[in-house]
Design a protein around this ligand. Structure first.
Ligand SMILES: *Cc1c(COP(=O)(O)O)cnc(C)c1O
Length: 359
């Protein structure tokens, strides 16, 4: 246990010790089941209560209205890039995307394979350091896609973009449960679990039930149809049972610690510790437009590549790992999801101060 470090990875990320301990307690024998969750049939009563319990708790903490379906999917958030296009549009249809970084670009690339995907706003000109404004949408667009929190660049939407009558689909992978997201503002939300909801292997989709009635092109594979997932309670085939169980423990942990609102307060405080320190420092810089700064992923740069390397090395000596920025942008990044305690962030700030004194 003393070996555990502060893990600032963008994902898979550090999880609350309480959650890991609970999983450890139930690891060999899930209460009443006579076996572990990993060995359990997904058609058993025990697993039924796990998946139903996960959905119920998520509905509770995110206040998900009854006219929205909750789906537990495989293939990570990346599979959703294509599922959104294939389920909300027909081949050749127009689909709109807001380009705010690498994930939104990848999402649009899937749209390109399916039909007429267009960017309606982009911050590529500023190396994705801000959130662009959407001014006009093509009337025939089948949906508008946005990446709510940009994990690599450390930017986030604080305002829901104007989208008229066009359905809004949002990738909230790196901020779901870390910040209050009003489900009613969206037609579809998806998120990979490994940032803020548990281990990898699971993606959660929250979507208006009305969208399940759209006619889906016959070429779309069975496993890539939302309706199939919804009609089969996310168990058309064997779901990622252990990841769903862990997500349930994470949802219960969030609920037990005051809910998403309390998480947001805690995350704002954690982020402020870092941003305030960076803004007052001569060595570290944050490239993001202040009003668009993420409270989940805090990016910062040092003057030279050599400084960055030396800083990362000191971090490792101080029990801080995965602080290196994404390979496409360089610099450093601290991902401070729900599982990162404030003391971890304080320890990082102390280490940043210590390093600054050596320069
Ligand atoms: C991590 C991430 C993804 C990719 O998730 P996978 O589960 O690896 O497919 C997509 N979008 C965002 C915003 C992410 O943070």
């Amino acid at each position: 246990m003393e070996d555990r470090v502060y893990n600032f990875s963008a994902g898979p990320s550090q999880m609350p010790l309480e959650v890991l301990k609970k999983a450890q307690e139930e690891m060999l024998c899930y209460p009443g089941a006579g076996c572990s969750v990993m060995e359990m049939s997904h058609r058993s009563d025990a697993f039924d209560s796990i998946i139903d319990g996960a959905e119920e708790c998520l509905r509770d903490i995110m206040k998900i209205p009854d006219d929205y379906a909750v789906l537990f999917m495989q293939g990570g958030a990346t599979t959703q890039f294509s599922m959104v296009a294939m389920n909300l549009a027909k081949q050749g249809d127009t689909m709109c995307y807001i380009q705010t970084g690498q994930f939104s670009t990848k999402a649009k690339e899937e749209g390109d394979r399916w039909g007429n995907a267009v960017y309606v706003a982009s911050s590529k000109d500023g190396n994705y350091s801000y959130i662009p404004e959407v001014t006009k949408l093509p009337e025939d667009a089948k949906f508008l896609h946005m990446t709510g929190n940009n994990t690599i660049y450390g930017t986030t939407f604080y305002k829901v973009p104007e989208h008229g009558d066009i359905p809004l689909a949002a990738d909230w992978s790196s901020a779901i449960l870390g910040r209050w997201i009003d489900v009613k503002d969206y037609d579809l939300i998806y998120a990979g679990a490994q940032k803020n909801m548990g281990p990898a292997g699971l993606a959660v989709v929250i979507m208006k039930k009305k969208l399940l009635e759209l006619t889906v092109d016959p070429v779309v594979p069975i496993m890539l149809r939302y309706k199939v997932a919804a009609d089969n309670r996310s168990m058309y085939n064997t779901p990622p049972t252990f990841s769903i169980y862990m997500a349930k423990l994470m949802f219960e942990w969030v609920k037990g610690h005051g809910g998403v609102e309390a998480m947001e307060e805690m995350n704002k405080e954690k982020a402020a510790l870092l941003y305030d320190f960076i803004d007052g420092s001569k060595l570290y810089k944050n490239p993001v437009k202040p009003c668009d700064r993420s409270i989940m992923n805090v990016t910062f740069t040092l003057p030279t590549e050599e400084d960055t390397k030396a800083f990362i090395k000191l971090c490792e000596e101080r029990g801080i790992i995965n602080i290196k920025g994404h390979r496409s942008v360089g610099g450093c990044r601290a991902s401070i999801y729900n599982g990162m305690p404030e003391e971890g962030v304080r320890h990082l700030v102390e280490t940043m101060k210590e390093f600054e004194l050596t320069r």
